[in-house]
Design a protein around this ligand. Structure first.
Ligand code: GLU
Length: 361
C-alpha cells in the first residue's frame, strides 16, 4: 500500500484499478451486428431498428423478465440506413455489414447468381433468418391526376427509387411488362421520403415504392393530399409474375391509406438475412431473441407491417437456405423437420400469403 495516499483515496484508487482491469474482459464479451435496412423514411429502417433492440443486450442493460429486452448477452445490434435490398446484399458480400433486410426475390437472385447478380456478382453465402411481412408494389399518384394506369406514365415525371433499391428492380420489370421504355419517362429518382415530398409539392407525377403497407411516409401524405395507387393486375401482372415468381397478387384494402380506393397489386416477402460467415450460435441466439414473447412488446411499437410479424409466417416464401443457427431454432420449435441428409435444407418456395386473398380473375 502506498503510504503517501490518503486513506480516503485508497478505496477509490482500488476501484478504479479494478474497473480498468475488468474492461478488457467486458470488451471481449461484446459482439456487434450491423443490419442494413433502407431509407430512413421507408419501412425497413424502423423494422431493422426494432429488431436490433429486440436482439441486443449490452452489458448493464436491464435483465430479461425484469423490464429489459431478452436479447443475446453482450450483443449490440444497429440498424443502418441504405439504398435498399440490392445494396444490402452487396454490402453483406463485401463484409461491410453482417445482416440485412432484403426482398425475397432479390435474395434468391443473389444466391442463384441471376439478373443483377449474374456471374461473379453472385452472393451464394446469403442466408435467411426469417420471412417478416409482405411488401406491396406501390405506384403512387395524386387522386386528381389524369394518370389512371401504368400505361399513362409515359413521358411523366416519375421516381423509380435509386439504383441499389429493390424498388427500382421491380419498377423496371413492371414498366417493361407494360411495354413502357423507362427512358421515355422523365425520371426524377429518389428514395421514398423525398419522393413523397415531391409528389405532395407537385414536382413529380408518380413514384414507385415496394414496401410494407401502410408505409408511414405515404400514410402521412395521404392525410393531406388524396392519393391513388395504380393497379397492377390482369395480363401484365401475369407476365410480371412469370419473370419474378416471388411476386404474388395482393389487395391493398381501401382502409389502408386515407381516402384511397381498394387496389390490386403485387407483393413480395421481406426477409431478414445474414451472412453465412456469422457464427451459428450467435444466429441461433438472435433468431430465438426475435421470437421471444418479450420481443412482441418491442415490435408492437412499430408501424403496422412490423406489428404483423409472426412466427407462423417465418418460413413462408423463403427460397434461399436458412442459416444453420436459424435452422436449429426452427427445428427446436418443430417448424422444420430434422435433416435427413447433409444437403442444406431449403424450405419450399411458396409465395408470401397475401394480406387478403386475391379475387379470381
Ligand atoms: N423493398 C425496398 C427495397 O429493397 C425497401 C423498402 C423499405 O425501405 O421499407 O428497396
Amino acid at each position: 500500500m502506498n503510504r503517501h495516499l490518503s486513506p480516503n483515496l485508497v478505496p477509490v484508487a482500488a476501484l478504479a484499478a479494478a474497473a480498468v482491469l475488468s474492461l478488457p474482459a467486458a470488451a471481449q464479451d461484446m459482439k456487434f451486428l450491423r443490419i442494413g435496412t433502407g431509407s430512413i423514411s421507408g419501412v425497413y429502417f424502423p423494422v431493422g431498428g426494432l429488431i436490433a433492440s429486440a436482439i441486443s443486450h449490452p452489458p448493464g442493460a436491464s435483465l430479461c423478465g425484469q423490464g429489459g429486452s431478452c436479447g443475446v448477452p453482450g450483443l449490440v445490434a444497429v440498424a443502418q440506413a441504405s439504398r435498399g435490398s440490392v445494396a444490402n446484399v452487396r454490402q453483406i458480400a463485401a463484409g461491410r455489414i453482417e445482416s440485412a433486410l432484403v426482398q425475397a426475390d432479390i435474395a434468391y437472385f443473389a444466391v442463384k447468381g441471376v439478373g443483377l447478380f449474374s456471374g461473379a456478382k453472385a452472393v451464394p453465402g446469403l442466408r435467411a433468418i426469417a420471412n417478416l411481412y409482405p411488401e406491396a408494389v406501390h405506384v403512387v399518384v395524386r387522386k386528381k391526376s389524369r394518370i389512371r394506369a401504368i400505361r399513362d406514365l409515359r413521358r411523366k415525371r416519375v421516381s423509380l427509387d435509386l439504383k441499389g433499391s429493390g424498388t427500382r428492380a421491380i419498377a423496371n420489370l413492371v414498366l417493361k411488362e407494360y411495354g413502357i421504355d423507362a427512358k421515355s419517362l422523365r425520371q426524377r429518382n429518389s428514395q421514398v421520403g423525398p419522393a413523397v415530398d415531391r409528389l405532395g409539392a407537385g414536382s413529380i407525377d408518380a413514384f414507385f415504392f415496394v414496401g410494407g403497407f401502410p408505409a408511414p411516409s405515404i400514410a402521412r401524405l395521404a392525410r393531406d393530399v388524396p392519393l391513388r395507387l395504380l393497379p397492377i393486375s390482369g395480363e401484365p401482372a401475369a407476365a410480371i409474375r412469370k419473370a419474378d415468381p416471388f411476386l404474388a397478387p395482393v389487395i391493398v384494402p381501401a382502409s389502408v391509406y386515407d381516402r384511397m380506393e381498394e387496389t390490386r397489386t403485387l407483393a413480395v416477402g421481406a426477409l431478414w438475412t445474414v451472412s453465412d460467415k456469422v457464427d451459428a450460435d450467435l444466429v441461433y441466439g438472435i433468431t430465438r431473441a426475435l421470437w421471444h414473447p418479450t420481443s412482441r412488446l418491442i415490435l408492437d411499437q412499430g408501424p403496422p407491417p412490423v406489428r404483423r410479424i409472426r412466427l407462423k409466417n417465418a418460413l413462408k416464401g423463403v427460397a434461399i437456405p436458412l442459416h444453420e443457427g436459424a435452422q436449429r431454432f426452427y427445428r427446436e420449435k418443430g417448424l422444420m423437420a430434422k435433416p435427413t441428409s447433409k444437403a442444406e435444407p431449403v424450405p419450399k418456395a411458396k409465395p408470401q400469403t397475401p394480406a387478403k386473398p386475391a379475387p379470381k380473375s
